[in-house]
Design a protein around this ligand. Structure first.
Ligand SMILES: [Zn+2]
Length: 253
């Protein structure tokens, strides 16, 4: 029997976040508990057999890249609190302690790249065929993967998105559109009101890699900065956005 999933928040056709209307039933249906019967933490996620080889290879390549990140130890306070240090072992431990399985799904949209379906599992992310059709930089794709991994945190309500304002404009007064699809974000469930949610944490991830990665190419650091600056505009609570801007000017060692 399939559960009737309800899309409660979707980052405008990119990263769908699905939930169910029946939490009790969802808990009974959950196939895997975080620490029971799954792979050993840190060993890397298990890919479902139906994931096409090129898609699995791309995701493994992306995870290999994130494991290669190095820094001189600098980190912002929000990043330290959420991810720890700016380096491969911290990033990989963070990811593999949350995501034990990777499945294949359409994530409820022809343009979706990945999603979490908490009613099925809070230790699994699902990727679509768009994962390898997606014409964005590798570090941006990784930020989507980390955005989704944040949604596995059922102890935080899976960090459900907030509704973007209507109208929705950036600091320069321009209409906010998705950097991923170009779609208008006005009134869409594609924002956050906290630095700690999926958009906020992915922004912090990108900005720290842009600022502090010591072995990334200039292109990776530039891409991380561009996408980080864009995603910061998804934080619609003024004090939270100001705290993040301040965080990005603060270096811990
Ligand atoms: Zn999301």
């Amino acid at each position: 029997m399939k559960l009737p999933f309800e899309v409660i928040a979707m980052t405008v056709l990119l990263t769908a976040f699905l939930s169910t209307t029946n939490g009790a039933q969802a808990r009974l249906m959950k196939p895997l508990e975080r620490s029971a019967g799954g792979p050993v933490l840190g060993s890397g996620p298990v890919f479902d057999a139906e994931i096409a080889a090129p898609i699995k290879a791309q995701m493994l390549d992306d995870l290999a890249f994130i494991q290669s990140i190095q820094s001189n130890g600098s980190v912002t306070p929000f990043h330290q609190a959420i991810f720890g240090a700016v380096n491969g072992p911290s990033y990989y431990q963070w990811f593999t302690s949350r995501v034990l399985q990777v499945g294949k799904d359409d994530c409820g949209s022809a343009n979706a790249v990945a999603c979490v379906i908490p009613s099925v599992s809070d230790t699994k992310i699902w990727i679509t065929d768009n994962y390898i059709k997606f014409s964005h930089p590798q570090i941006a794709r990784l930020s989507v993967v980390y955005h989704e991994a944040r949604h596995t945190e059922s102890n935080h309500g899976n960090w459900a998105h907030a509704t973007c304002p209507t109208p929705f404009v950036d600091d320069l007064g321009h209409e906010m559109r998705s950097i991923w699809t170009g779609a208008s974000l006005s009134g869409e469930p594609a924002c956050d009101v906290t630095p700690y949610g999926s958009y906020g944490s992915a922004t912090i991830f990108l900005k720290n890699i842009s600022k502090f990665c010591s072995n990334c190419s200039d292109k990776v650091k530039t891409d991380a900065g561009i996408y980080g600056d864009d995603q910061l505009n998804r934080i619609t609570d003024g004090p939270s956005k100001a705290a993040m801007k301040n965080d990005f000017q603060t270096h811990l060692m």
